[in-house]
Write a protein that binds this ligand. Structure first.
Ligand code: PEP
Ligand code: MN
Length: 341
């Protein structure tokens, strides 16, 4: 681990840091530069996370591993923010985009009603699942290619690009033919062959965080996309599994500033899977915008009570229109411009 000390550190404060490093079982190796002093903490790599607590010390600027495992997705590799190019849109820049639509594509009428309403409210990307990763094999599995065709039709009629989940490597070419962004779902976040297949289609890839995935593992999964010559990667936080039962998942909003620090790729928040509750979506969206998220992915259904999947978490068309209005001051405070106003 590398411990970077603040430039104005006193001898006494420096000695306290060195003492703590020794106490944790590491040998401090002091390197004095012109501007600042850096300490290499040499010892067992398996426990070196114990040194991370030093980052909260006032005399310490940063604590970092000697070399990060991920390279292409890292901030070190690319200092500025990268923007994902989605048809004519750029996600990750000043303009803020909201992706919205039903959890599952159920019928032409349901999809078209949703698409027209989310567009009217300001969404710039239409979501809809055609291949659904359901926990039970007895639940609705999606309309498959028929659903993709409906998405393509809705896209033609509204002009909205489309995001949909790629569930199997075997479908990569087919899904890429109809979709503008390929979503890799939480259950497949470390399916590396699927990530490679998605990357190779050349379409932008939105990578959901796995249910029990550490941020480092998520960044490394994203590395598969960039390492396979696809620069259009978006990370998507959609909640992780914890002991909490008030929510379906625990939406980890701390992932936003962490991904921003660690990576140049855009970060999208999915509050719908994140909480599993429509009544929490508004608050989580406001929080996500305030924290610096680059985009939102929101489930919206013309009649959530009759939805074939995820009914409890989908916003009504009116609820979505209200959301799009209420997040405007949060966007302004975060220095973003709505792509729709
Ligand atoms: C979804 O977007 O409907 C979905 C199934 O997402 P996740 O993979 O995050 O559960
Ligand atoms: Mn869903």
């Amino acid at each position: 681990m590398i411990v970077v000390l603040r430039p104005d550190i006193t001898k006494r404060a420096e000695a306290a840091v060195l003492k703590e490093i020794r106490k944790l079982g590491y040998k401090p190796h002091v390197m004095r530069g012109v501007e600042r002093t850096v300490v290499g903490a040499i010892g067992d790599e398996r426990t070196h996370h114990t040194l991370e607590a030093l980052a909260s010390w006032p005399q310490v600027e940063q604590v970092m591993p000697v070399q990060k495992k991920y390279k292409l997705v890292s901030r070190e590799a690319h200092k500025g923010n990268s923007v994902a190019r989605i048809k004519g849109l750029s996600v990750g820049g000043k303009k803020f985009h909201v992706m919205a639509g039903p959890c599952s594509v159920e019928s032409e009428r349901q999809l078209m009603t949703s698409a027209l309403a989310v567009k009217k409210a300001g969404a710039t990307v239409l979501r809809g699942g055609a291949f659904k990763p359901r926990t039970s094999p007895y639940e609705f599995q999606g309309l498959g290619e028929k659903g993709l065709k409906l998405l393509a039709k809705a896209s033609r009629e509204t002009g909205l690009p489309v995001i949909t989940e790629l569930l199997s490597q075997d479908h990569a070419e087919m899904v890429a033919e109809y979709a503008d962004i390929l979503q890799i779902g939480t259950r497949n976040a470390q399916n590396f062959q699927l990530l490679i297949a998605a990357a190779k289609t050349g379409k932008p890839v939105l990578l959901k965080r796995g249910l029990a995935m550490k941020i480092e593992e998520w960044l490394l999964a994203g590395e598969y996309v960039l390492a396979n010559d696809n620069p259009n990667l978006l990370f998507c936080e959609r909640g992780i599994r914890t002991f909490e039962t008030y929510t379906r998942n625990t939406l980890d909003l701390s992932a936003v500033p962490i991904i921003k620090q660690e990576s140049h790729c855009p970060i999208v928040i999915d509050p719908s899977q994140g909480c599993g509750r429509a009544d929490l979506v508004m608050a989580m969206c406001k929080g996500a915008v305030a924290m610096g998220a680059d985009s939102l992915l929101v489930e919206v259904h013309p009649d959530p009570s009759k939805a074939w999947s995820d009914g409890a978490q989908q916003l009504s068309l009116e609820g979505f229109a209200k959301l799009m209005k209420e997040i405007l001051p949060f966007l302004a405070a975060a220095g973003r411009e709505p792509a729709w106003a």
